[in-house]
Design a protein around this ligand. Structure first.
Ligand code: DGY
Length: 429
């Protein structure tokens, strides 16, 4: 398909997945509003309808909990094609039925991008209305996902990381006792080839964590203290650190000096803390199981997000350039979600190897900002080739480029429109 046709097809997917102000990731597999999906989708809408882009984020924040958390799924209507639905979660924290934990906090960064690209003249006003909500969410992250002030953000569930079956979670997840779940029927494997999805042993534990948190009423303090899974995630940590930098830029633009001072403190703590995720053997930032005090030993695509988080020191940049080039020799398309030289790599199983367009977008931004335009452009060109080859799939094989998981996917379409499409790159040049 010609680029202009792909641009049209991407817009058509966003329009079709639009539920009237918010967008589902894809029909069937994910029939609700997902947190970081929606936020990336706003970047896509911004290319042709900026008002609609803001609406996407505003509707996500309608579901914000009283304690500041913005949930990972908003169940605006019941849909039996998805499991686990609202009845399994048993939450009561906000105005809209929802799941009980969050997802990577990309919203402040996207709000900042919308302000920068504004053509409506209304962006600052809308950002100003969102700022207290973003502040509340970020404070919630610090209070309940970094209760010991380590300067790193933990996830209480693999789903909270957005990278569900990442090998980094394997050991911590195996330590979760399977209990209080009863018989259940998965729906995901009726929509997608089971070989591309997590195993049943993973699902048993995903649901056991939900059951454990439901038992303490989703009280955030109790969840932080007792949840059987509590792993510091370089993905969420780097996305959060970056989001704080963008939130600071917004607060400064809006003249909110008290907020700006508060955010500066967060950034300093996170810059220091995130260095503790460095694994000197593998020469990259990795996950850290806070319950067992143990680092993981594999490089995930999130290790590259150190640059996106603004950690451009020569040691980090040099190590990541080295890993980038090594991995580029191993696979046809960058960036696999897990190191192809690691024993746990699987090219088609969800987060154990496949390439994801929105992760490439963030990694490339980081390389570009660190002064490495060549590797940034390689990521853009690979993402474009993947979409040309595999369509607007959920994710892609790094080896063959085949599309995998769900089809007609909203965030893949959005990332095409905002960054990967050669027509976008030409305009930007
Ligand atoms: C799922 O249902 O697979 C989702 O990734 C959970 O967020």
């Amino acid at each position: 398909m010609a680029h202009a046709d792909l641009d049209q097809a991407a817009k058509a997917i966003l329009t079709e997945n639009d539920q009237g102000g918010y967008t589902i990731p894809t029909k069937g597999l994910y029939p609700y509003q997902w947190n970081w999906d929606s936020v990336f989708v706003a970047l896509g809408f911004a290319e042709f309808d900026q008002d609609r882009a803001w609406q996407e984020i505003e509707m996500l924040f309608q579901g914000q909990w009283r304690d500041g958390m913005v949930p990972h799924i908003l169940f605006r209507k019941d849909d039996p094609s998805y499991f686990p639905g609202p009845g399994v979660w048993g939450t009561d924290g906000g105005p809209i039925p929802s799941s009980g934990h969050s997802q990577p906090p990309v919203a402040a960064s996207v709000v900042h991008s919308l302000v920068e690209a504004d053509r409506t003249g209304k962006a600052l006003e809308r950002a100003k209305a969102l700022l207290p909500k973003l502040m509340a969410w970020h404070r919630w992250y610090l209070a309940y996902r970094d209760p010991k002030n380590l300067g790193v953000i933990a996830v209480i569930h693999p789903w909270e990381s957005g990278r569900d079956n990442l090998p980094d979670w394997d050991e911590a997840l195996r330590a979760v006792e399977v209990k209080d779940i009863g018989p259940y029927e998965r729906k995901d494997t009726s929509h997608v080839d089971p070989a591309m999805r997590p195993h049943k042993e993973d699902y048993d534990r995903y649901l056991s964590i939900v059951a454990a948190c439901r038992k303490v009423g989703w009280d955030p303090e109790k969840v932080a203290e007792t949840c059987p899974f509590f792993v510091a995630d370089p993905g969420v940590t780097f996305i959060f650190l970056r989001a704080n930098r963008d939130l600071l830029a917004l607060a400064e633009k809006l003249g909110m000096s008290a907020e700006a001072d508060e955010i500066r403190g967060w950034i300093a703590a996170m810059e220091k803390g995130s260095r503790t995720l460095w694994n000197d053997e593998v020469k990259a930032h990795v996950a850290f199981d806070e319950r067992r005090g143990k680092q993981t030993d594999g490089i995930s695509s999130a290790s590259f997000l150190a640059l996106y988080a603004g950690l451009h020191d020569p040691q980090t940049l040099g190590a990541l350039q080295g890993h980038f080039d090594r991995i580029a020799e191993r696979v046809e398309y960058l960036m696999p979600s897990y190191d192809p030289d690691h024993r746990s790599y699987e090219p088609l199983r969800y987060w154990r190897g496949p390439v994801w367009a929105m992760i490439n977008y963030m990694i490339a931004k980081g390389f570009a900002e660190a002064g490495d335009a060549v590797r940034a452009e390689r990521l853009r060109a690979d993402t474009a080739r993947l979409i040309e080859t595999g369509g607007f799939a959920e994710y892609f094989s790094p080896e063959t480029g085949a599309g995998a998981g769900g089809g007609s996917f909203s965030w893949t379409s959005a990332i095409w429109l905002t960054w990967a499409s050669p027509s976008h790159a030409e305009q930007a040049a």
